[in-house]
Design a protein around this ligand. Structure first.
Ligand code: PLA
Length: 435
């Protein structure tokens, strides 16, 4: 309190000075730990090699490794050029963007859409939508925890930590079988205290590329009813798993059929290639439209204090694409093209490794879905790939398949073959012992 009443000059005097340099304010601030994903981009950019490949961040690239501006986005840009809305977002534009986003997730004919039971707000891409939800969770369920799959997107930990929601994890991935540990996942759902908050990746799980089957989602949804848990879906890759937007929302639709009240974060960073525009949506399903209005107003209040309102341009682009049938169908085709290209590169990478005579099993490359391949490479092998071959990926061995191209897939397969040689020898020995 006393501090507030000091004049500016008096405040300056009370900060210690040594040999004319002012010290004291920030002396205790140490550098933050490097972000596991952005840190990879930094290392990649610092590498002068002409052969370098960035397989770190999940940003879509074409088969020449170039960033892509979708045709639907170009056409939407032309349509909105000079729009009078750029001065300030009109409420109807953002409402339309939210309405269309909600239809994408829950289905255009779903009751929640017709009855206005979803509290949706535009958010700063998927990260912003998660952050708004975490803050909302803290305000209205301050004693709650959040359960993350093990592993999950590294930033989930930061987002809920900053909202002061303690995290717990549930079993998800089995590194031995390189697939879902469904039994352990179900046990964790059953053993969690009733009414717990769980985060799910509805499709194209990051980093593993492993999703539950339709049947497994049904079992999960059933068990959620029994336990009264709250499902929060982080939908960052709608369309990237199967190439079909509805199919990738199947998990959410199953929960909807079972009448769960769910939360969902949506991102257009990957599906529309709008990473830099930061367009997303947070929606929370409610019992009726009155509750939806109350929840919407609370989330809007949180956003207002955090950053005011999001940038207008990206919202206009998304709104224009989703509400024009021709642009929307062009977008749907383009999502499929991106998903198919990634899938083809999975096949080529696996085939190349097999052609090189690798004695390791690479089936998981084609079994996994979406943007990422959870390769199983160890941190040591990942380091060798960076140092000896200028190939960059996250320490957990996650490969962003969007960065794999016809031009670099051979080089990548050779490099992986090289750094896994000793493992291959061990596999051969184990194989000969068991024969
Ligand atoms: N949720 C998940 C599961 C994600 O993988 C990502 C992005 C986001 C949310 C955030 O998306 P946004 O850009 O819409 O905010 N993950 C990326 C990029 C693609 C990143 O980490 O920033 C990744 O490389 O993992």
């Amino acid at each position: 309190m006393y501090w507030r009443y000091l004049t500016r000059a008096a405040r300056r005097c009370s900060v210690h000075t040594t040999s004319s340099r002012t010290v004291g304010w920030w002396d205790h601030v140490a550098p933050a730990a490097k972000d596991p994903i952005n840190g990879v981009t930094e290392a990649f950019l610092a590498d002068p090699s002409p052969f370098k490949i960035n397989l770190g961040v999940g940003a879509y690239r074409d088969d020449k490794g170039r960033p892509v501006v979708l045709q639907c986005v170009r056409e939407a840009e032309a349509k909105i050029a000079g729009s009078e809305f750029l001065e300030s977002i009109s409420a109807s534009v953002s409402t339309k963007m939210v309405e269309e986003s909600v239809k994408l997730v829950y289905g255009k004919d779903s009751d929640v859409v017709k009855e206005g039971r979803s509290a949706g707000v535009q958010a700063l891409s998927g990260t912003g939508a998660c952050r708004l939800f975490a803050e909302f969770q803290r305000r209205f369920h301050p004693e709650s925890h959040i359960y993350f799959p093990d592993p999950t997107w590294s930033n989930h930990h930061n987002i809920w930590r900053d909202a002061q929601i303690p995290e717990r994890t549930y079993h998800y991935y089995d590194p031995d079988s390189k697939s879902l540990d469904f039994a352990a996942l179900m046990d964790d759902i059953k053993n969690a205290p009733d009414s717990s908050f769980f985060l799910f990746h509805p499709s194209a799980h990051n980093p593993t590329g492993v999703d539950p089957t339709e049947e497994q989602w049904r079992e999960i949804s059933y068990q959620f009813k029994v336990k009264g848990h709250f499902p929060f879906f982080d939908m960052a890759y709608q369309g990237f798993a199967s190439g079909d937007l509805d199919k990738d929302a199947q998990a959410i639709r199953i929960f909807l059929e079972d009448e769960h009240l769910i939360g969902c974060a949506q991102s257009y960073a990957k599906s529309m290639g709008l990473y830099g525009h930061r367009v997303g949506c947070l929606s929370i399903l409610c019992v009726d439209s009155k509750q939806a209005a109350a929840i919407r107003s609370q989330i809007q209040q949180i956003a207002r204090a955090m950053y005011g309102s999001p940038p207008v341009h990206g919202i206009l682009l998304v709104e224009t694409i989703l509400s024009d049938p021709n642009l929307k169908s062009l977008w749907i085709d383009e999502v499929k093209i991106m998903a198919d290209r990634i899938q083809r590169k999975r096949t080529t990478l696996r085939q190349n490794l097999e052609k090189l005579g690798s004695s390791l099993n690479w089936e998981h490359i084609t079994n996994q879905l979406g943007m990422f391949c959870f390769s199983g490479l160890t941190p040591y092998q990942v380091d060798r790939l960076a140092k000896e071959f200028h190939i960059y990926m996250t320490q957990d061995g996650r490969i962003s398949m969007a960065g794999v191209t016809t031009g670099n897939v051979n080089y990548l397969a050779n490099a992986i073959h090289e750094v896994t040689r000793s493992e291959q020898e061990t596999a051969k020995i184990l194989c000969s012992i068991s024969v």
